[in-house]
Each structure stands twice: as structure tokens, then as C-alpha cells.
Design a protein around this ligand. Structure first.
Ligand code: ACO
Length: 401
């Protein structure tokens, strides 16, 4: 038998905390989160105020550089991002190589990584001007590439950024404008998306952000680190949950629309099914972002006059779960992904693009955290483990195996 205690002793004193449920990996000045009280602040500003009073680029500037921009700084930031929205035409060859059916998150991770090849200069984090340019470049190119993943899968020609329009307006244009005529931008939609991006802008040491910091801690470049963050975000237990929510609602609809049946499945410990969009590692009372976005979801649905049976199932599920003892006793509330999926669907965003929208929103957080980690000269991330395998074994010759 393996003597775990002996092995443990040989490894030395190690804190074993799978999933890092109670281990801090860094000190950070960016985001404050109190899961018990449901508080989220960027650089000291309440998420409620930011979602209500600021726009996405303003919040991005705050998250990345630490202060809310003046009107002049914000205008300059927008102009500087515009400068970098052109993507090397050769990137199109890479896009052409993907099958149309490729998941946009896989394509986005690859394209972000490919940016390294077209922009090989590694940014010097000590140089403020260089860092500022890298920020603008990343914000500009990532948005365009994110929308190109959709244009590829839909078979439409790729669009280019229009410098006379705002960042979020451009997102809608880049996604949906066709060569047959200009795309009419609905301000209600832009406002809802702007809010969603703000709510996603940072969330301290979540899985994808920790990944960005971890990869960057080896001094890998910004694009390479962000590409890794995109991959981490893709999973259904993280950013992929917004897609998983809609797929679950569709499954319930196909099955006859009985939300309570699926609620029972989620409670059954012999059934691996989980209610997607419910629960959170850190928020154990409520998700403050979900509160804001629920209101926005109601407004968007009313404004656009959407009447979608899928959304009725979502409402029923939400109501039943909120009253259910299993969910109540485990503090499982709808999280931001539950409502964001609903809004994206109402806006006509294809389901497999949902997590890409999350990535666009999270980008300033990834950049800010990468920058902070490098500026603070953090050591390479390298956790230890408790070995539970065999003790030393005599080598077994081939004919004895
Ligand atoms: N449906 C049913 N039961 C659940 C759910 C759920 N969505 N979430 C947690 N539980 C149960 C667990 O089975 C466990 O029950 P037990 O105590 O009887 O064993 C208990 O609640 C605690 O769950 P854990 O898995 O220990 O909680 P953890 O903090 O590890 O997981 C997570 C959090 C991953 C978000 C989880 O709640 C989940 O899988 N939710 C669904 C996926 C989702 O919505 N992810 C999005 C997260 S938000 C974001 O990334 C922006």
C-alpha cells in the first residue's frame, strides 16, 4: 500500500487546495469582490454606478490604467484604438483554413495567438508608451477578429472597422452589416451590450484571468497569454456557461417544456445534469451583475417586443429554482450567464457566439491583470502538488510486463 503520509512528509509542507477555493495567487488593486455581500467594484467604483453612468471604453480605461479617463483621455483612447483596428490581410489565410463548422472560441484563440506572429515585438512593460500602444492594439484587433469568427461560420465576407462609429456600435456592424447595404444600429441594443461588456470587464482571479496571469508569468507575450485566457473561458463551467444555458433551455423546450422536470434532474445526485447559469464559486448570496443584467434583460425584451417560448421557460426555471429548498440551501442563484444568454438570444446573436461576447467584455480585465502581474514583477506561477502515485519501483523488463 502507498503510505501517503510518508510521501507527504517527503514533499515538505504543502497547502493542498484543489481548485484554489481558498488560496490567493497574488495581490491586486484592480477588482474588489465580496461574495458574501454580493459586492463588485473596479478600482473602487461600484459596478452599479459604472454600468449606469459609464461606457465600456471608459470602464476599460479605468480597469487597465487605474483611473476614470477625462473626456480628452477617453477621446484619445478611442482614436488610438481605431488606429489599430486594421488586421494584417494575411490573417485571412488562417481564417480560410478553418472549417465553417469550427467553434468561434477555438478560432478566436487561434487568431489571437497568430497575432503574435504578425506582431513579434514583445512589449516592454516598463515603458508606458509601449504598454499603452499594446493595450490599444489588443483592444482594436481582438474586437475585429472576434467578429470575423462569426463572419467565417456564416459565410459572409469579412467586415472592416468604421472609425466614425463607437466600439460597441462597430461590434454590431462588424457582425451583421452586409455588402447589400448599411446596418441600422439600434441604440437600445448597443446600450444593453455596452452594459453587458462592462459587467464582464473584470472579475479578479477567475479561471481565465488566472490563466492569463499564469501564462504571462513565464514572460510569454500579451497576445499569447490572452489566447490562453480565451481557451480557459471557453469551458461550460466558466464563460461557456452562457452558451450552455441556451442549449439547456432548447433541450427543455424539445422535451416538452417542463422546467420542473429538469429542476428535479439537477437535484438528483445520480444525474450529472446541472442547471446551467446557476451557482457561483464566489457569490454565495447573489451575483450583483445578475441583478443589473436582469433589469436590462427585461428592458430589452420589452423594447424589442420579443415573445420567445424559450425565454418563458427561462422565467419558469428561474422562479422555481429560487423557491426550491435544494437551491436555496446551497445558495445557488442565477448568475450573470443566465441572463446574458437570454439577452444575446433576443439580440439575434448566434448561440455559439455567446462566449465570444464574454471574451470581448473580459478583454480589458485580462490586459489589466497581465500588466499588473508584470509591473509588480511577480514570480513565475508554479504550484506544487502532493504526490499520490507509486513509491520507487524496480524497472520491469519488457518481457515481464
Ligand atoms: N445545478 C445543480 N446543483 C449545483 C449547481 C447547479 N448549477 N451548482 C452547484 N450545485 C451543487 C453541487 O452539486 C454541490 O452539491 P452538494 O453540496 O450536495 O454536493 C453544491 O451545489 C456546491 O457545488 P460545487 O460544485 O462545490 O460549487 P463550485 O463552487 O465548485 O462550483 C460552479 C461553482 C462551477 C459555478 C457551479 O455552480 C456550476 O457548475 N454551475 C453551472 C455552470 C455555470 O453556470 N457556470 C458559470 C459560472 S459564472 C461565470 O463563469 C461568469
Amino acid at each position: 500500500a502507498i503510505d501517503i503520509e510518508k510521501l507527504r512528509a517527503a514533499t515538505g509542507a504543502i497547502t493542498l487546495d484543489p481548485g484554489y477555493k481558498n488560496s490567493g495567487s497574488c495581490q491586486s488593486e484592480i477588482t474588489f469582490l465580496d461574495g458574501e455581500e454580493g459586492i463588485l467594484r473596479y478600482r473602487g467604483y461600484a459596478i452599479e454606478d459604472l454600468a449606469d453612468k459609464a461606457n465600456f471604453l471608459e470602464v476599460s480605461y479605468l480597469v487597465i490604467f487605474g483611473e476614470l479617463p477625462t473626456a480628452k483621455q477617453l477621446a484619445q483612447f478611442e482614436t488610438d484604438i481605431h488606429k489599430y483596428t486594421l488586421v494584417n490581410e494575411e490573417m485571412k489565410n488562417i481564417i480560410d483554413g478553418f472549417p465553417k463548422t469550427a467553434h468561434p472560441m477555438g478560432v478566436l484563440a487561434s487568431l489571437t495567438s497568430a497575432l503574435t506572429a504578425f506582431n513579434p515585438k514583445v512589449v516592454n512593460v516598463e515603458n508606458e508608451k509601449e504598454m499603452y500602444e499594446a493595450v490599444c492594439k489588443t483592444m482594436g484587433k481582438f474586437l475585429v477578429l472576434a467578429t470575423w469568427t462569426y463572419r467565417k461560420s456564416s459565410g459572409f465576407p469579412l467586415n472592416y472597422y468604421d472609425n466614425t462609429k463607437g466600439y460597441v456600435e462597430n461590434f454590431m456592424r462588424l457582425m451583421f452589416e452586409l455588402p447589400t447595404g448599411p446596418y441600422k444600429i439600434n441604440p437600445v441594443v448597443v446600450n444593453a451590450l455596452d452594459k453587458l461588456f462592462i459587467l464582464h470587464a473584470d472579475h479578479e482571479q477567475n479561471c481565465s484571468t488566472s490563466t492569463v496571469r499564469m501564462v504571462g508569468s513565464s514572460h510569454a507575450g500579451l497576445f499569447a497569454s490572452i489566447s490562453a485566457g480565451v481557451s480557459a473561458l471557453w469551458g461550460p463551467l466558466h464563460g461557456g456557461a452562457n452558451q450552455a444555458v441556451l442549449e439547456m433551455l432548447e433541450e427543455i423546450q424539445k422535451d416538452g417544456g417542463d422546467a420542473d422536470k429538469f429542476l428535479a434532474k439537477a437535484k438528483d445526485k445520480n444525474d450529472p445534469f446541472r442547471l446551467m447559469g446557476f451557482g457561483h464559486r464566489v457569490y454565495k448570496n447573489f451575483d450583483p451583475r445578475a441583478k443589473i443584467i436582469k433589469k436590462a434583460a427585461d428592458e430589452v425584451l420589452a423594447e424589442l417586443g420579443v415573445n420567445d417560448p424559450i425565454l418563458n421557460i427561462a422565467k419558469k426555471l428561474e422562479e422555481s429554482a429560487l423557491q426550491d429548498e435544494y437551491f436555496k440551501s446551497r445558495n445557488l442563484y442565477p448568475n450573470v450567464d443566465f441572463y446574458s444568454g437570454i439577452i444575446y438570444r433576443a439580440l439575434g446573436i448566434p448561440t455559439d457566439m455567446f462566449t465570444v461576447l464574454f471574451a470581448i467584455g473580459r478583454l480589458p480585465g485580462w490586459i489589466a491583470q497581465w500588466k499588473e502581474m508584470r509591473v509588480n514583477k511577480e514570480p513565475i506561477g508554479r504550484p506544487r502538488q502532493v504526490y499520490t502515485g507509486y513509491p520507487l519501483r524496480p524497472f520491469k523488463e519488457m518481457d515481464a510486463r
